[in-house]
Write a protein that binds this ligand. Structure first.
Ligand code: ZN
Length: 233
């Protein structure tokens, strides 16, 4: 019999099995068996015994060796809600550039078939958005107020999510006599993944789009260019 491990709010795991949820109680000496108690404790005192399972993944399957019928009806939608919410939080952390409202939209459909039933088990929309905002700011840098403040681009922002080079060129790295002076006036950063460069190289037509941002101190202007490639072949 298969059960699933879900992320708990406090960073632990919840066992979801046959529509019931369990909190982790203990494990045996070599960790091969884990012991769980119904989350409705003390109202319900039912327990379950399961295999170890893997932690640190979104949802991990465990073998449930033993469980008894509960004194209350199962509520599978509660597990759905917990899983949807932990996916949202994961997404907020991994994609700090995505607005919380968008993450909500993307991850809510997962619970569609139980959607209405799952809602009472989810925090209020505003609370979920606040939590996601907190998580996405964890990896975000504060906006630089001047070019000088920008400094070196941290490693995490130089790579794509799959670990490939994303920062193709940075004038900051130029090392000659005039570089220091230029650094105060301008900075050129080119972000592009190699695979997208290849895509550009194959395209017949390039369309260039630019956006000029005026920022808080009037001396700083950012020109952001997005290249969009179209190919007719
Ligand atoms: Zn129970």
């Amino acid at each position: 019999m298969e059960g699933q491990l879900l992320d708990s709010e406090k960073g632990g795991k919840i066992l979801s099995f046959n529509g019931n949820l369990y909190s982790r109680h203990s494990e045996n000496r070599d960790g091969s068996r884990t012991y769980w108690t119904c989350r409705r404790r003390p109202v319900c005192k039912k327990r379950a015994i399961a295999s170890k399972g893997e932690w640190g993944t979104d949802s991990s399957v465990v073998e449930v060796f033993k469980s008894l019928d509960h004194d209350h009806p199962p509520a599978p939608e509660e597990g759905q809600a917990i899983r949807a919410y932990s996916r949202m939080k994961r997404a907020a952390k991994q994609h700090p550039e995505a607005p919380p409202a968008q993450i909500l939209r993307q991850h809510m459909p997962d619970t569609t078939f139980l959607f209405v039933e799952a809602l009472p088990y989810l925090p209020e929309r505003q609370t979920m958005k606040r939590t996601m905002n907190r998580l996405r700011q964890g990896d975000f840098l504060s906006n630089p107020k001047s070019l000088a403040e920008l400094g070196e681009i941290p490693e995490a922002f130089r790579k794509t999510s799959s670990g490939k080079n994303f920062l193709l060129y940075d004038s900051y790295d130029e090392d000659d006599e005039e570089a220091e002076a230029r650094r105060r006036e301008s900075r050129i950063l080119v972000f592009c993944a190699k695979s997208d460069l290849k895509r550009l190289a194959r395209a017949d037509t390039w369309q260039l789009d630019g956006t000029l941002f005026d920022t808080a101190p009037p001396d700083a202007k950012f020109l952001v260019r997005n290249w969009i490639a179209f190919s007719s072949s």
